[in-house]
Design a protein around this ligand. Structure first.
Ligand code: NAP
Length: 237
């Protein structure tokens, strides 16, 4: 007599596996704030912390930030980096009105992305030149899907942004803030690691690291002193 067949395993629901790793990086005051004012560039952490952030962003090659952080960084731009952004890094700026940025940056070229109509990309390498030359230059400038322009404005969802980056071959993306962007990625369960630098400041008021109560369930895996006064905490899922 043949033995009864074992029950068939219940098929698992098909899950889309994300291959791009996301790291949220922030500097915070002792009372958990990332800034005192959304319009002001948060510049309170040490040189060592800034160098650490820069290195991580350059290593990843992609930084995702909110429009308020972008504007604040731009207002603090210097001669070396007029945009206030890190050179040679693809910056993805989240905004509900990407089209607004076509009007404010007349000297740059905008092309709509081939992967998403909600995206506008800006080639920052084009310098303002005379209108005749500029027309010629614009006509030959394209944004290839494999080599995206360094600055992109988008109203895509966090998930869609990551999917596009994956399709472009990126392995890591840094979630650079501010609070609204951190919270959105956490709530969507799209943060793999968090690097938080605790600085010796107490703001009393200002912008919290996260808004409301995002779903945080991380393990601390590294603690490192940064210079004399700061501690870097590394968390992962
Ligand atoms: N200490 C740190 O490590 C650190 C890091 C980063 C930033 N900061 C500081 O944080 C402050 C800014 O933080 P914040 O929280 O006020 O602003 P933010 O997160 O930088 O930007 C908020 C903006 O993101 C866009 N946005 C929000 N939800 C969106 C969605 N679902 N889809 C598309 N776009 C969306 C909106 O842009 P629109 O209004 O254009 O639609 C919104 O106004 C600045 O002072 C900055 O310097 C500090």
């Amino acid at each position: 007599m043949s033995s009864p067949k074992p029950p068939r395993p219940t098929p698992k629901p098909i899950k889309t596996i994300r291959t791009i790793k996301t790291i949220l990086i922030a500097a915070i005051s002792l009372d958990g704030k990332i800034s005192t004012n959304p319009n002001k560039n948060a510049n309170f952490s040490s040189k060592k912390d800034k160098a650490f952030f820069r290195k991580e962003v350059q290593k990843a090659g992609v930084s995702i930030l909110g429009s308020k952080t972008y504007k604040a960084a731009k207002s603090a731009g210097t001669g070396a980096s007029p945009s206030g952004l890190i050179p040679k890094v693809q910056h993805i700026v989240m905004t509900r009105t990407p089209e607004k940025y076509t009007k404010t940056t007349a000297s740059t070229t905008f092309t709509t992305s081939t992967t998403s109509p909600a995206i506008l990309t800006v080639d920052q390498n084009i310098s303002p030149i005379n209108p005749k030359k500029q027309r010629r230059h614009h006509a030959t400038t394209k944004t290839p899907t494999t080599s995206p322009a360094p600055l992109t404005f988008t109203k895509d969802t966090p998930r869609k942004i990551l999917k596009n980056l994956e399709a472009q071959g990126h392995k890591t993306a840094i979630i650079s803030g501010g609070s609204e962007i951190y919270t959105m990625f956490l709530k969507a369960n799209l943060v793999d690691e968090m690097y938080l630098t605790i600085t010796p400041h107490w703001f009393g008021k200002g912008i919290p690291l996260f808004q409301g109560n995002p779903n945080i369930n991380f393990e601390l895996y590294k603690v490192k002193k940064l210079g004399e006064n700061e501690i870097l905490l590394k968390y992962r899922r």
